[in-house]
Design a protein around this ligand. Structure first.
Ligand SMILES: [Fe+2]
Ligand SMILES: [Fe+2]
Length: 316
């Protein structure tokens, strides 16, 4: 063990208000109007491309596809990743010596994520019907394939289940701009705002849980495993936060742009400098958690984060 237990924060019982506050226990299935935009244009770089600026109908379908993409990403994350890890936490498979309350809180998160998958499904159908878009046009989210490659490549050195725990600690501590900004965006349809608002509230408690969990899991790795996991952490951040260009290309295809036009539009929209800056800015809460846990004291990890241009902005 590389970190004294004394430096680990006490458990703040983030799920103690679960009965009264979580969506599955205390809120209805939303049925507000879906009149309005499906997604904030400010969060969709492609919407600023000249081909969309004067074409309101295509722009609205682009935004609907962006929401569907987010919803499909969410379903994959909740069911395949977060809940696989919560199931193991509930049984203390990682030997983290969790108390009964801490294990049961993992089960509460499991219930939340199952509920999120349900309300994402219901919203997806509504959006498909209203905007004439279909999720069948979208590929599997990029992050899923990236993770599978990482697990395959490093599974012999660190158990894939353990790598999975660290990935979920990353995803659950990044409360995304989407979750923060959609609920208060005046042009977005009330139904979308309410559903994403319910999701954001639940994710706030999950973030506290995984902020507490991460340093415990990290401190139990021996030095060689810290080096290996430390090298992989920036790849997890990147897989979660970087734009999914393969998906954008398929959306443009569904909107009837031919291949050369699609490539040109993506090239004009995503410049490497601003993309790296946006990933770094979104990664800040999780980078702060890594710093507090001592991740950057491992030289191999510090080098890997530098390679991905990921650093704490206020530390520069
Ligand atoms: Fe969720
Ligand atoms: Fe969550």
């Amino acid at each position: 063990m590389h970190q004294a237990n004394a430096t680990l924060a006490p458990y703040r019982k983030p799920l103690s208000g679960w009965d009264a506050a979580s969506w599955i226990r205390s809120k209805p299935i939303r049925s507000a109007s879906c009149e309005g935009l499906a997604f904030p244009p400010e969060l969709v770089p492609l919407s600023r491309h000249p081909r969309f600026v004067d074409d309101r109908a295509s722009m609205e379908r682009l935004l609907a596809y962006r929401l569907l993409t987010h919803l499909q990403f969410t379903t994959m994350l909740e069911l395949e990743h977060v809940n696989a890890v919560c199931s193991r936490l509930a049984r203390d498979c990682y030997a983290l010596e969790l108390s009964r309350e801490q294990k049961n809180d993992a089960l509460r998160i499991y219930c939340d994520e199952g509920a999120h998958a349900l309300f994402v499904e219901l919203l997806s159908v509504t959006i498909e019907n209203r905007h004439g878009v279909e999720r069948a046009a979208l590929p599997q989210p990029r992050f899923h394939a990236v993770l599978e490659r990482i697990f395959e490549r490093h599974g012999g050195e660190v158990a894939p289940e353990l790598l999975h725990l660290f990935f979920v600690s990353v995803s659950e501590t990044l409360v995304s701009k989407i979750l923060r900004e959609i609920p208060r965006h005046p042009a977005v349809a009330p139904l979308v705002r309410e559903v994403i608002g319910d999701h954001a509230q639940d994710e706030g408690t999950h973030s506290v849980y995984f902020h507490w969990l991460f340093p415990r899991a990290w401190s139990r790795l021996d030095r060689p495993k810290q080096e290996l996991v430390g090298r992989i952490l920036p790849r997890f951040l990147d897989a979660f936060l970087a734009p999914d260009l393969g998906c954008d290309a398929r959306v443009l295809e569904a909107l009837s742009f031919d291949e050369p036009t699609r490539e040109e539009m993506l090239e004009e929209t995503y410049q490497p400098g601003p993309v790296r800056g946006a990933v770094r800015s979104a990664a800040q809460p999780t980078l702060r958690m890594f710093e507090a846990a001592g991740v950057f004291e491992t030289a191999a990890a510090a080098d890997a984060f530098a390679e991905y241009d990921l650093y704490l902005e206020n530390a520069q």
